[in-house]
Design a protein around this ligand. Structure first.
Ligand SMILES: [Zn+2]
Length: 402
């Protein structure tokens, strides 16, 4: 069966926009795409009149935690839950994510290996949800940040073993913690965590298995260790300095800014339930985080979109708020869209199948009312999302029922 969307605006993920386009979906893939006068719609195809609609690639969030639900005290909440309850919650978060037009997520730290069970259930069609590239347990030093969703390690031997364990369990990416964090009490975002040797061992072991490494780092010391160790992305990159910025550019390391994480925490009042230590840390870093994002954007550091969805008041399904924040800090709507599609796919290493809408790619796409290049916030309006398609099948939106 062929689905033809005709006379639509196409924003294909590469940075290009074209009016009056017909896109044909056959099976799981894009069979043809081009100006409507050049593309013949086969007899019997299901037709969708695309006038007034925009087609964009399925969005990709490079930094989520499906096991966290945006609770004010995520650490305490997770510790009080049965693992099976957390998994059910994660499934609901996966559904909210794909309903919002996010057809792929990179999950960079979960309480156990059940993220791989969720991935399997989604891939088998048991439940709707995005493609998941999961890390499993984040790898951190003893007493380190994120240990509530991590495995504490000491020494390069143990690092290698834990990397191999995550890969054996199904990890598509390895997550390391190279600095303190906001949400873990007693850790300072400025301080480096794990040694350069440990980080390099993680990268080496991951590479042997064909996996990339994502490093959490707020402070410049942690960032530099991680970059020199060979990681592919710096998550947050909150306190970027000239040297760490230069290194990122030189080695093609991506920044995954997660502006939403700090912003939603910092916007909270005392007494909202977020522990005071986390509130103070988030507030004290917000300005510098914005400056770091602007400096990275200006200097041409590769930026891939990530929200840190699941952290306090940073809800799954509201992932598109990150594009608004990136635009507010100087990106054009087109740049924000590329960071959330093609660039994100490049970072994850899945750009041969998703992230752009060209012939032969998987048909992961979102059909929107209106033009996100004029108003980026249409992405966050559920009434504007007409259809979300993953691998050629509508999974959400009014077009699913049509
Ligand atoms: Zn995170």
């Amino acid at each position: 069966m062929t689905i033809a969307i005709h006379h639509a605006r196409l924003i294909d993920g590469t940075g290009a926009v074209q009016e009056g386009v017909t896109l044909l979906v056959r099976g799981a893939k894009i069979a043809a795409v081009g100006p409507s006068r050049d593309v013949t719609i086969p007899k019997g195809a299901a037709r969708i009149d695309g006038r007034g609609l925009s087609i964009i690639p399925g969005l990709i969030d490079c930094h989520v935690h499906l096991c966290l639900g945006g609770e004010p005290d995520v650490v305490g909440t997770l510790e009080s839950e049965q693992p099976s309850y957390t998994l059910l919650k994660s499934a609901a978060h996966a559904k909210a994510t794909i309903d919002a037009g996010f057809t792929t997520v990179r999950d960079v730290g979960s309480r156990d290996h059940s993220i791989f069970t969720l991935k399997q259930a989604i891939e088998s069609g048991v439940m709707p949800g995005p493609r998941i590239v999961g890390a499993g347990l984040a790898i951190c030093m003893i007493g380190g940040h994120a240990r509530f969703i991590g495995q504490e390690v000491e020494g390069t031997e143990q690092v290698r073993r834990v990397v191999a364990e995550q890969v054996a369990a199904g990890a598509g990416v390895i997550k390391v913690i190279a600095s303190g964090g906001v949400l873990t009490p007693g850790t300072s975002p400025d301080d480096a965590q794990m040694t350069l040797e440990e980080l390099a061992a993680a990268v080496d072991e991951a590479q042997r298995a064909g996996k990339r490494v994502a490093a959490h780092a707020h402070g410049a010391a942690g960032m530099k260790n991680a970059i020199n160790a060979g990681v592919r992305s710096i998550e947050h990159a909150t306190l970027l300095d000239d040297e760490s910025g230069t290194l990122m550019k030189r080695y093609g390391v991506y920044m995954v800014p997660t502006l939403s994480a700090l912003a939603t925490t910092a916007a909270c009042r005392h007494g909202c339930g977020i522990p005071d230590s986390a509130l103070e840390k988030a507030r004290s870093m917000t300005k510098r985080h914005h400056a770091s994002f602007k400096a990275a954007h200006r200097s041409g550091i590769a930026i891939a979109m990530g929200t840190d969805a699941g952290t306090p008041f940073n809800y799954h399904g509201e992932n598109a708020q990150e594009l608004e924040r990136m635009v507010a800090l100087g990106m054009t709507p087109m740049e924000a869209l590329v960071a959330s599609t093609a660039a994100a796919a490049q970072l994850i290493g899945i750009h041969d199948s998703v992230g752009t809408l060209t012939k032969g790619m998987e048909a992961d796409l979102v059909i929107l009312k209106g033009n996100p290049l004029r108003r980026i916030d249409v992405l966050r309006d559920p009434d504007k999302i007409m259809g979300v398609m993953k691998a050629g099948m509508f999974v959400s939106g009014p077009l699913l029922k049509a």
